[in-house]
Ligand binder design. Structure first.
Ligand code: FE
Length: 218
């Protein structure tokens, strides 16, 4: 067996946080922020933990169920688009905050949407959980505005010139969910089957939902 010390061929300072129980820079910032929120009486430790747990409990599957239902139920879709908060609450989301407002948009033959937060990382967390790292990158935040069609193409989505692309800039006050177009060849599919086609990236407009033949087996 090798001596662990031999494998340990780099400077301790590189990962002081792990070895000495300290915290990296952003960890320290988070702790300081939490302490201030408590000190100022804005949130208790329990409330902060509840908010973290709530975000961690949401995944793109939650949003996918909403989209699949909208695909099979035109009446539900109409309500989802016109009264998203109320409709989502009725779909088992519990009480959603007034702020940020959730806006649901629908892709069709004439228009597709691409969601971005040009400032930071605003994202429909209540429906999709945490955003992917690329969503927060400067490259995405700037290129989604400069060249949305180019970005969509990189995600495998070909948008014909005849189709309008609308870029939606999320903010602290407003979050967008895209209902992508239902893939062809899914007539008669159940909601549960359709859920498997709805990817995270398709609900922010970057890519299209999976095609029936792309659904992983099992
Ligand atoms: Fe943001």
């Amino acid at each position: 067996m090798s001596d662990p010390e031999e494998l340990h061929d780099h400077d301790e300072a590189e990962h002081e946080g792990i070895h000495k129980g300290g915290l990296p820079y952003y960890g320290k910032r988070v702790m300081a922020l939490e302490a201030l929120l408590e000190e100022k009486g804005i949130l208790t430790k329990d409330e902060i933990q509840q908010l973290i747990d709530q975000t961690d409990s949401v995944s793109p599957k939650n949003g996918a169920k909403v989209v699949a239902r909208a695909w099979v139920d035109p009446e539900y879709k109409a309500r989802l688009l016109s009264e998203p908060k109320k409709t989502l609450e009725e779909s088992g989301y519990g009480e959603l905050p007034e702020d940020p407002v959730i806006v649901v948009v629908e892709n069709n033959d004439d228009v597709r949407h691409l969601v971005v937060c040009t400032l930071c990382s605003c994202y429909p967390r209540a429906l999709l959980g945490r955003p992917p790292d690329w969503y927060k990158s400067l490259a995405y935040r700037s290129r989604a505005v400069d060249d949305p069609r180019g970005v969509m193409k990189e995600f495998g989505q070909h948008v014909p010139d005849s189709v309008e692309v609308r870029v939606l800039d999320s903010t602290a006050d407003i979050r967008y969910l895209v209902v992508p177009q239902r893939p062809e060849g899914t007539e008669g599919w159940s909601e549960d089957e359709l859920v498997k086609l709805v990817t995270r990236d398709s609900m922010i407009g970057a890519s299209e939902p999976l095609k029936p033949e792309q659904v992983p087996a099992g």
